[in-house]
Design a protein around this ligand. Structure first.
Ligand SMILES: O=C(CO)[C@H](O)COP(=O)(O)O
Length: 152
């Protein structure tokens, strides 16, 4: 199991969950490091800036995965997916979180603070850390097709 380098980010609407998740990650033995690209408690930054900053860190290989929180988990996913090579998903249930890695090899998990409860969000993150994409799986053909569409 890898020692994940994780980057977390949120807008104002996702700040509280981002802070709780960050603390959980820092205490999780599967996590090597946690970087926080904001927002801060008193800061305001639009979600596309936060999401693309985090996604670019993953795309450059400075982090393995990202967790992004906004009100719905939708805007951060749309923005993160604009970064070449990034597969970001909004997933609020355990099965989708599992498949986001095992089917889609998504590196970015997005959630909405206005959509799910904090305990489900924390559980999603705990479980997400335990999944690793199998490049020998049948799903890889489809992930490669997505990459090929992007020219990578
Ligand atoms: O949920 C969001 C974007 O998907 C964000 O937290 C709020 O966006 P807004 O409704 O445009 O303010």
């Amino acid at each position: 199991m890898p020692a994940w380098r994780i980057v977390v980010g949120s807008d104002d609407a996702g700040f509280d969950y981002k802070e709780v998740i960050k603390k959980d990650l820092e205490a999780n033995g599967l996590v090597a490091s946690v970087a926080d690209v904001g927002v801060d408690a008193d800061g305001h930054t639009n979600y596309p800036t936060i999401a693309t900053t985090a996604a670019e860190m993953v795309a450059r290989g400075e982090a393995d995965r990202a967790i992004l929180v906004c009100g719905t988990g939708l805007g951060v996913a749309v923005a993160a997916n604009k970064v070449k090579g990034i597969r970001a998903v909004t997933a609020h249930d355990s099965f989708s979180v599992e498949r986001s890695v095992l089917s889609n090899n998504a590196q970015v998990l997005c959630m909405g603070q206005r959509v799910i409860g904090i305990e489900q969000a924390r559980r999603n993150v705990r479980e997400w850390l335990t999944y690793v994409f199998d490049e020998a799986s049948a799903s890889n053909d489809k992930v490669r097709e997505i990459c090929s569409y992007e020219g990578i």
